[in-house]
Ligand binder design. Sequence first.
Ligand code: PHB
Length: 392
Amino acid sequence: MTTTLRTPVAIVGAGPAGLLLAHLLDEHGIDSIVVDLRTRGEIESTIRAGILEQGTVELLDRLGEHSRARTVGHRHDGIELRFEGEGHRIDFPALTGRSAWLYPQHEVLKDLIAARVAAGQDLRFGVTVTGIDESSPERPRVLATDADGEELAIEADFVVGADGSRSVVRPSVVGSSQGGYFREYPFAWFGILCEAPPSSDELIYSNSPDGFALISQRSETVQRMYFQCDPELDPASLSEAEVWENMQKRVPGTTLIEGPIFQRDVLRFRSFVAHGMRKNQIAIIGDAAHTVPPTGAKGMNLAVADVALLHVALRALLQENDARLIDAFEERAMQRIWKAQHFSWWMTTMLHVTDDASDFDRRRQLGELRSVVESTAGQTYLAEAYTGWPLA
Ligand code: PHB
């Protein structure tokens, strides 16, 4: 027995993109059903990115009291770029009039889920999507098995895949699960969460002869830090003392405040852009359509930017039968995606050190960093990209 549900918009994935899209559609009277493979507890506890662009915070303001980005999160008016033992501050408001916010993704997800639950929206966890039935292109159907093992079909005017980098919706849009532009990087980040007070008021992005480190934060008592490592490194293979030695070595001139490490992970880097974002009545957004290396903090923000475009396009399509914005959606989204791809690639290659770097490469890289910090134009480019280009 298959239960068939009908909805204007079926959204696969209860991450930042899927949940925010559901919220913005609901604000304009468009119902949706959101399904996710994971449990609510898993979604709310998975540690991911930490930085929100100003425009992302402004969109989250539309959750009203449910958004805690401005109350629990922290406004950051700059970052430090560190190289050759010296720190150089990039002052965001002075350069752009804008700021960034440190507010972890799982907290954003708690806010979005709370808002969706309070609105009584159809949000289902533990649902495994098995495929998309496109036999009637005007009414695609999401085929799934729910948390109790029952077969489910969700028939919709429009299906949105916001289901992450291993998207099951992507093949319906680009023809295969791989269809896209790729770039791999020969390094990864060793990330830790530790119990300690902050080592710095702002984030430190450090380039050192031993590689990159990022000193980030979570709260007054918990810190997030990363150092460049081999992608094959087993996170359990280092003692706490070795982790701290690696971290400290990559931020020369700074003394980190150490504390017990209670989580560690190795994050691999990949740049990916799908060959397309929409086919007929199906679209993919967020990590389903693109992934960036984390150095520029663009991942979640780019997902939100897709939503800013898509929700307006879906309103025009579903409420006014006007397809112009949905027809223009992919091209407009891709312009920002490739700018963010460039920024993320640039921050990554400027700050990391590869094993095969020659003396020329190393000195050129320091010249590049100096070109940024000693130029108002260079600093402004970084600050504009980091705090986020204006949203649609
Ligand atoms: C984080 O705090 O997890 C974080 C911050 C900035 C980045 C990447 C990750 O660029």
